[in-house]
Design a protein around this ligand. Structure first.
Ligand SMILES: Cc1ncc(COP(=O)(O)O)c(C=O)c1O
Length: 484
């Protein structure tokens, strides 16, 4: 470790602390033409507090930071409900083709036929995969897709002349579902389940004030809602609609289609199911599929085909309107299309089969050591609890200890219906060898909890920063550098 005069390792200094007045990241030959005149009020001599660095300082800084991050390209990432599957590099190559990468969103449609053709083909492919009549690509994330879907449901009820006030949400739904319903102005009515929602429960909760049921299927316990057809019937009998959170479609591709089950609206998470990169808060895509009667309400613009050409349909009088600038996160749409075309129908089905097999393999290896609160068959993820961890060790301790073993921890304390939840989603990406090594680590930690619990309770011990006060980090974050 190299130590600078401040006593800090050069590797640990902030970029501001590397700064050396007068240092620059470029050198240019002397001007041999008159200097250009710039508009004075647009010129700044210096930016106060800005670090002054050479090019190599900057490159090393960012390269170093990138190695401190954990990503699916660096190791197993079993974060349940997030589907951290590998993003094949061919998707990146395709998205970087100049015709796609440099397409300006304001290009007139007659000059953007290739881009529109791709979007139309993706709309059609997603409709075929899910069994819906039409798909919009506009929403920028799963939760944004939920908003689009629920706004369409609201617009439909309003168009019938009888707006409703309530939305039913089972306790196994993803947390964004009640947030979306509330954002759309609905009262959220929680519905209890025993891991699986029954049609009887839904029938009892339904009345003519319920606009929709929002159901996550497979749900956040990784279980398939086996009464989904009867549930949809119960909602429809009272004039309601069924919204499906389809973010867990990785468990159904090529095997079952939500549209065939009676669902009216569903969003996809392209960054979960179709191998596009995850990003914080919106640089993804959350397309939405709808049944025929909701097509007039789709957000604008919508890509349509006329003969051999494509156009953006903006004249949609009943549309819920625009949800964002331009036409969606096009680069993400290209990556998803590349993934679908690379795998084809059989490949997509195989991916799902492998995702389900991998989750069940982990379940089989850990069951007996870790408590499994719901014993129905798992699909693409499996949820354990910390009930049987010994030595006063809990879910958080296990998660921190897994970091010492070189793994990104699974999702913890979610879903809320399981106390001390440990939610593992291996995805289809991983080989049996990786799964075995991970399970060995999980079993070793359970042993440590029994025999040497301090090792688990003090974890992580092998990282550059040990256990943080997470509450303080969240409540009193220090997000900017201050001199002195
Ligand atoms: C089941 C489920 N629903 C909704 C979402 C929200 O999606 P996003 O994070 O893209 O808004 C997620 C995110 O992982 C999810 O797992």
């Amino acid at each position: 470790m190299r130590v600078g005069t401040s006593g800090l390792s050069l590797n640990e200094k902030l970029i501001f602390e590397h700064s050396d007045p007068g240092r620059t990241g470029y050198s240019l030959p002397k001007l041999d033409v008159p200097a250009a005149k710039l508009q004075e009020d647009l010129v700044r001599e210096e930016v106060k507090g800005f670090p002054e660095l050479s090019e190599v300082d900057v490159v090393r800084h960012f390269t170093r930071l990138s190695t401190w991050n954990y990503g699916v390209d660096s190791g197993f990432y079993p974060l349940g409900s997030c589907t951290m599957k590998y993003n094949p590099k061919v998707n990146e190559t395709v998205a970087r083709l100049p015709g796609f990468a440099w397409a300006h969103p304001a290009t007139p449609p007659h000059l953007a036929q290739g881009a529109l053709a791709l979007m139309f083909a993706l709309q059609e492919a997603l409709a075929e995969i899910s069994g819906f009549d039409a798909v919009t690509l506009v929403p920028a994330a799963g939760a944004h897709g939920e908003l689009a879907g629920m706004l369409m449901i609201r617009a439909w009820h309003e168009a019938q002349g009888r707006p409703r006030t309530k939305v039913l949400i089972p306790d196994t739904a993803h947390g964004t579902n009640p947030a979306t319903a509330a954002l759309c102005g609905y009262d959220v009515v929680p519905v209890s389940s025993d891991g699986i929602l029954t049609a009887e429960t839904v029938r009892a909760a339904m009345d003519e004030d319920v606009a929709a049921l929002m159901i996550t299927n497979p749900n956040t316990l990784g279980l398939f809602e086996s009464e989904i057809v009867e549930i949809c019937e119960a909602v429809h009998e009272k004039g309601g609609m069924v919204y499906c959170d389809g973010a867990n479609l990785n468990a159904l591709l090529g095997i079952a289609r939500p549209g065939d089950m009676g669902i009216d609206v569903m969003h996809f998470n392209l960054h979960k199911t179709f191998s596009t990169p995850h990003g914080g808060g919106g640089p993804g895509a959350g397309p939405v599929g709808v049944v025929e009667k909701l097509v007039p309400f789709l957000p604008a613009p919508w890509v349509v085909r006329e003969g051999e050409s494509y156009r953006l349909d903006e004249e949609r009088p009943q549309s819920i309107g625009r949800l964002r600038a331009f036409h969606g996160n096009f680069g993400i749409l290209v990556r998803a299309w590349a993934y679908i075309r690379t795998l084809g129908a059989e490949g997509l089905r195989h991916a799902t089969e492998m995702a389900v097999l991998n989750a069940n393999y982990i379940r089989a290896r850990l069951e007996g050591t870790y408590h499994l609160p719901h014993t129905r068959r798992s699909l693409h993820e499996v949820v354990f609890s910390d009930r049987d961890l010994e030595g006063d060790c809990h879910t958080l301790d296990l998660a921190k200890r897994l970091i010492d073993y070189g793994y990104h921890p699974p999702t913890i304390y979610f879903p809320l219906v399981v106390k001390g939840a440990i939610m593992i989603e291996p995805t289809e990406t991983e080989s049996m060898e990786v799964l075995d090594e991970f399970c060995d680590a999980m079993l070793a930690i359970a042993r440590e909890a029994r025999e040497e619990p301090h090792k688990v309770k003090e974890a992580p011990r092998l990282t550059r920063v040990s256990r943080l006060d997470e509450t303080a980090a969240a409540r009193k974050p220090r997000l900017r550098w201050e001199e002195g």
